[in-house]
Design a protein around this ligand. Structure first.
Ligand code: IMP
Length: 404
């Protein structure tokens, strides 16, 4: 088996969906490894926008097998809606759900809504679902096969959380959850799969592992505690998919030409003047799932280098360079002040007004090439993919050594 990992190198929303969509032309099996419907992967095909939150972004290519991996927390009601929606748009789909994936319950969302949201989460119940998983009381897809023990598990979980839920009629509440779960089971049982067994029996064996969120939101290596509850790194992709580490041949790290973040927490290169609104509007920087305005900053090279190192990235994809065409002045951060950790910026040559209708690397303006070169030299990793716009076909694949 040969596998390729696609991960985000910032705080999410780097444009992974588009790169996964492109790579799904040559990878038959695509596995989403972690997270849940806190993610929103957007792909634009002929100006039509597809937003996927649980389904792998390979679903839009023909003849792919898309697996929701063991590391995910799946809100079964959201899955049902997303499946119905995608079935209207995509003629035939082959979707599988790992029997080890955890189910995100309605009470996880309620629990989250009762807690103070200091982190600025997406409020989709992701944290409480992973809390149950780590506390070893989570409900997994495989639990749906045994109704009696499923009922016991859910009853004990609801009773445990009732100090927050404050349900008066627990039984009715549990019964309604069980009823919905049984409908989910009946509708989708044919999709449930033992991923490891499945992968060991099929050919061809080119597998694409789709990460969610970004490396700086990783529970261990991100800007803790302002992070998500899963491992968003390359290692997390292996863990969450069940694909062996030794099969990984490529780790593709995606980053934007600038930086964005939603939710609270440290953001060293955040822009605090009007330029942030200009970039936000030009780049459509609003959460694809929550609609929240994203915080905007300049490209932070020390943070990018850190993300590349912890993931062992082998190739880079830069997205949204076209958005910066709206600016006369562009800055990049290469170091922080040693005393107060404030960013030190360098001004780069801009590509103001450039329409970005380029088809290959050679056509790019020198200022764009220089920007890419500075990044490559700093982080010591080659840029292989250059996003030139939101549409599927607006992507330059750089041939070997072309950027040198
Ligand atoms: P949670 O994942 O909903 O628990 O949110 C934890 C943090 O991760 C918050 O700052 C969210 O805004 C952020 N987050 C979670 N998913 C995404 C994503 O897909 N893109 C960007 N930020 C995300």
């Amino acid at each position: 088996m040969k596998s390729t990992i696609v991960i985000g190198l910032q705080w999410g929303d780097e444009g992974k969906g588009k790169i996964v969509d492109y790579l799904s032309k040559t990878h038959k099996i695509i596995i989403r490894c972690a997270g849940g419907n806190n993610a929103g992967h957007t792909i634009k095909i002929r100006n039509k926008k597809y937003v996927l939150s649980l389904l792998p972004s390979g679903i839009l290519q023909k003849n792919t097998v898309c697996i929701l991996g063991a590391g995910m927390v799946i809100d079964y009601r959201v899955f049902h809606e997303e499946y119905l929606e995608i079935s209207k748009k995509v003629k035939s789909t082959d979707i599988k759900i790992s029997h080890l994936a955890h189910l995100l319950m309605p009470y996880h969302i309620e629990i989250e809504s009762k807690k103070a949201n200091i982190i600025g989460t997406t409020k989709k119940g992701i944290g409480p679902a992973y809390e149950d998983k780590i506390a070893r009381r989570g409900v997994r897809v495989c639990d749906l096969f045994d109704f009696k023990s499923l009922k016991e598990k859910i009853t004990s979980n609801v009773m445990y959380w009732n100090f927050l839920l404050q349900k008066e009629n627990i039984e009715t509440y549990i019964d309604s959850i069980l009823e919905d779960l049984m409908v989910f089971y009946e509708n989708y049982e044919k999709m449930f799969v033992n991923t490891n067994h499945y992968l060991s029996t099929i050919k061809p064996k080119k597998v694409l592992l789709e990460g969610a969120q970004g490396s700086l939101l990783d529970i261990d290596y991100g800007t803790y505690p302002y992070v998500t509850s899963s491992n968003t790194t390359a290692a997390g992709c292996c863990q969450g998919s069940g694909v062996p580490i030794t099969s990984v041949k490529n780790i593709i790290g995606i980053f934007k030409a600038y930086t964005t973040r939603v939710g609270n927490g440290n953001f060293t290169t955040e822009i605090n003047d009007d330029v942030s609104s200009v970039i936000r509007e030009e780049g459509g920087e609003y959460g694809s799932i929550t609609g929240r305005p994203r915080r905007i900053g300049w490209l932070d090279l020390p943070a990018l280098k850190y993300a590349i190192q912890i993931n062992g990235v082998t190739e880079l994809a830069i997205t949204k360079l076209d958005v910066l065409s709206c600016l006369e002045d562009i800055y990049i951060c290469k170091e922080y002040n040693e005393f107060d950790n404030k960013p030190i910026y360098e001004k780069v040559d801009s590509w103001n007004g450039c329409d970005f209708k380029f088809k290959n690397y050679k056509e790019l303006p020198d200022s764009v090439k220089n920007y890419i070169k500075q990044i490559e030299e700093y982080v010591k990793c080659p840029v292989k993919y250059i996003g030139t716009g939101p549409n599927r076909n607006e992507l330059i694949v750089v041939k070997n050594k072309e950027t040198k």
